[in-house]
Write a protein that binds this ligand. Sequence first.
Ligand SMILES: Cc1cc2nc3c(=O)[nH]c(=O)nc-3n(C[C@H](O)[C@H](O)[C@H](O)COP(=O)(O)O)c2cc1C
Length: 192
Amino acid sequence: MPDLFPTGIEKDAVARAIRTRRSIQLFRPEKPDPALVRQAVDLARWAPNHKLTEPWRFYVLGEETSRRLAERNAELVRADLGDGAAENKLKRWLGIPGWLALTCRKTEDSFREREDYAACCCAAQNMMLFLWSHGVGMKWTTGPVTRDPEFFKILDISDQKEFVVSLFMYGYPADTPVTERAGVEEHLVVLG
Ligand SMILES: Cc1cc2nc3c(=O)[nH]c(=O)nc-3n(C[C@H](O)[C@H](O)[C@H](O)COP(=O)(O)O)c2cc1C
């Protein structure tokens, strides 16, 4: 019997997920079950969000949308870095098993929008940790394509109403990188 908190959560389970999660960019070809991704989005929505604005939208990209996005991204890369880089990028993006975009609702009130963005980031972490606990890795990306007007056309959304928090790639890791963090004492101040 695992050692459980009164919440039913196994002690250290959350800590393990947090500590071992990495941003993944090399994936095995299998596509994660759409039902698992749906469950991740369902859980993401339980993130704290001030005034219960629920400012997020999650777009799971199907094959057609993913292909159009990969092609648009390759066009942007071509303009910047030339044909070879564009072909490589296109091939790589077409081989990514899954794509999911997370957007945040725009608001006139800049403080509200900042709080809404914070809530979306909490939702993103919920999603990443849940999927990680099922063996699925994600990488959060905010490259130029996420601010390109064509991005919004391809997803059929309005850039007047929402902005992109992240375009996630996801799938089962083929490689899990090692990253570092500074020691906790560098970021922790305990006041008397
Ligand atoms: C707001 C945000 C934007 C990010 N954008 C990118 C990106 O465009 N490309 C990328 O490779 N990683 C991106 N990342 C992932 C970070 O680079 C990654 O989290 C960091 O290197 C630490 O690695 P870890 O997540 O494996 O601990 C982003 C992360 C955040 C929170």
